[in-house]
Design a protein around this ligand. Structure first.
Ligand code: BYC
Length: 318
């Protein structure tokens, strides 16, 4: 294809984005658009799958049958989200095996938040309330992202995230209305999860290398800092209802901005975790690699069964 032809295709592509048309897998797209989507969507899929681990840790120890059923349903939803997102990413020409390989070798990232341990039952409440709360704020704009399969997958994901956030907040409400020990447990969990939840929304806009281009392509509809502010403004009143205090001495309502001012985020901690040095990074990857290797015989058996079936069909057709 000549340079002129490529320029003309690029112009048509930009105009489609401008008109808010959805880009579908078989449509022409710039190579960078395809690669950026593979990066973000596969990292999103990995986050869902790795995100099952901190909560999976509590399924056998949920304090009642009702809590166990809700937690089990939430973790299963996360597996579903991972699968829609892997399938949507495959439409861009990368295989599931390649994506897993990238996760297992540390080439692909997944959300920093899942590299922290879940040490008490209150962590299940806090993860649902804060982590799923931040996820909803980040993901609702993705329902109108420009790449069709991603946008459509996100509609269902967001509906399910809303249930996840409520199940977490309900756990927190119960603990905060319980004994002083239970309330302390809730406060302790909030103290540990607050700052990592703010980090989850990504580096500051000044540090974010992808935002500018992703906004142009309408992959991102809001910047990391905008989403973080929205999350804080939404969550502080929820903490007030629980009677918990946010562990930030600089948190203060700003009348002029009609928003909360907040303290300095420890970005050094964030980058350490992103680079693989968080409290649980090694354990999380080990769990995923073990699941992949342990499942090899199942994949082999399924392939052998499929090829025998195929052979049988071909013989019958003769
Ligand atoms: N953790 O230029 P930036 C869930 C990386 S799962 C690790 O701002 P971008 C849930 C970033 O990848 C939901 N890495 O990037 C599941 C980039 O590095 P690369 C997870 C991070 O893409 C189970 C570099 O830093 N949500 O909700 O414009 C249970 C520079 O960043 C993080 C999604 O995946 C991080 N937190 O913006 C419960 C949503 N932040 O790739 C809940 C989809 C940044 O160049 N993703 N980095 O090596 C997004 O919206 C965007 O990708 C982000 C980052 C806002 C996360």
């Amino acid at each position: 294809m000549s340079e002129e032809q490529v320029r003309s295709l690029e112009k048509q592509f930009d105009e489609r984005i401008e008109r808010d048309e959805k880009i579908e897998p078989k449509d022409w797209m710039p190579e960078k658009y395809r690669k950026t989507h593979i990066r973000q969507m596969s990292q999103h899929a990995h986050s869902e799958i790795v995100g099952m681990l901190p909560e999976g840790n509590w399924i056998t120890r949920a304090p009642s049958l009702r809590r166990k059923v809700a937690l089990l349903a939430k973790v299963q939803d996360e597996a579903g989200h991972g699968l829609y997102l892997y399938s949507a990413t495959e439409t861009l020409g990368i295989s599931r095996e390649e994506m897993y390989e990238q996760l297992h070798t540390g080439k692909a990232k997944y959300s920093s938040i899942f590299n922290y341990p879940t040490v008490t039952w209150a962590d299940m409440g806090t993860v649902g309330w804060l982590v799923d709360g931040a996820a909803i704020i980040n993901q609702v704009p993705l329902c109108s992202t420009s790449f069709g399969p991603y946008a459509r997958a996100m509609v269902r994901v967001c509906k399910e995230e809303s249930f996840h956030q409520r199940q977490g907040y309900e756990i927190m409400l119960k603990l905060c209305k319980g004994t002083p020990e239970q309330k302390d447990m809730a406060q302790d969990a909030l103290n540990r999860w607050w700052w990592p939840s703010l980090m989850m929304l990504g580096p500051t806009d000044a540090e974010s290398v992808h935002t500018e281009q992703s906004m142009k392509w309408k992959l991102k509809r809001k910047s990391n800092d905008e989403l973080r502010q929205q999350f804080i403004d939404q969550t502080v009143p929820q903490a007030d209802i629980l009677g918990l205090s946010i562990p930030d001495k600089d948190l203060k309502w700003n009348e002029e901005r009609q928003s909360y001012d907040f303290g300095e985020i420890n970005w050094d901690e964030f980058w350490q975790v992103v680079k693989g040095h968080g409290p649980m990074n090694k354990e999380r990857i080990k769990a995923r690699v073990n699941a992949w290797e342990g499942g090899e015989w199942v994949r082999d058996a399924a392939m052998a069964y499929a090829s025998k079936n195929q052979e049988r069909k071909e013989k019958q057709a003769v």
